[in-house]
Design a protein around this ligand. Structure first.
Ligand code: 13P
Length: 252
């Protein structure tokens, strides 16, 4: 399975700065054996695409999409609109959206299914918060989040889906989840997928890790069985640092 690294700019870099990041990143030496994507704010998709031209490294990703293709949904952006920019991946259910915007498991499931139907790979973010970790509820939380997220997905493989395990307590805190703990969480996620779609589908779903990943710890994750890549926030804001992280993930 190819390793997938996604830069998540979050709410950084409007259209004035997006092109500069893309150009600086593309000037770097980038490994060919990795899939690399960059999740930019919606308003920066056009500038990012303009800087990329037809190039597909990095692939373009969005940070969210609505669950309908058009209609009376003020302020929302649909998967078919994202396709106009050549978006290949889209995050859904990031914990920051769950926390600050009240996104529910059910909304995340609807968004993932609409993206998949449009041909965009949903990158579904799940993960427990600190209180849930302390109460020993990691497995319960992950199983519920995964079950709701895949409720309307198709296992046909035409447009795959990706899971990102992002424990909330490790996001932006400099406290990365130990790789062996991440491995256990990824196993819980994979077995929830297996329960619905069977083993061969579950084996082929990429489950990536996110939370305080940087160039110093990336190799610990990508060499851990069942960890198929990373979703990187803070350490992706500098294009050179993110390129170094990509090279470190795949030194070949
Ligand atoms: P940090 O890498 O800044 O911890 O953020 C992780 C994240 O939320 C990526 O989506």
């Amino acid at each position: 399975m190819r390793t997938l690294l996604i830069a998540n700019w979050k709410m950084h870099y409007g259209p004035m700065k997006a092109g500069g990041w893309i150009r600086a990143f593309r000037r770097e030496r980038l490994p060919k054996d990795l899939d690399i994507a960059v999740a930019v704010p919606h308003v920066s998709l056009a500038a990012s695409r303009a800087s990329l031209g037809r190039a597909s490294i990095p692939a373009l990703a969005a940070q969210d999409a609505f669950w309908a293709q058009d209609g009376a949904f003020t302020g929302e952006v649909s998967p078919s609109m994202l396709l106009e920019f050549g978006v290949q991946f889209c995050l859904v259910g990031h914990s920051e959206r769950r926390i600050y915007l009240g996104e529910t498991d059910e909304m995340v499931g609807k968004k993932a299914a609409t993206l998949q139907a449009a041909g965009i790979v949903p990158v579904i973010c799940v993960g427990e918060n600190e209180a849930q970790l302390k109460k020993g509820e990691v497995s319960k939380v992950l199983k519920a989040q995964v079950a709701a997220a895949i409720a309307s997905l198709k296992p046909d493989g035409k447009t795959p889906f990706v899971f990102a395990y992002e424990p909330v307590w490790s996001i932006g805190t400099g406290k990365p989840c130990p790789p062996q703990k991440a491995k256990e969480a990824h196993e819980i996620i994979r077995s929830a997928i297996q329960k619905k779609f069977g083993q061969s589908v579950a084996e082929h779903v990429r489950v990536i890790y996110g939370g305080s990943v940087d160039a110093h710890n990336i190799s610990e994750y990508v060499t851990t069985t069942g960890v198929n890549g990373a979703l990187v926030g803070g350490a992706s804001l500098d294009p050179r640092a993110f390129a170094l992280l990509c090279r470190t993930a795949n030194p070949a």
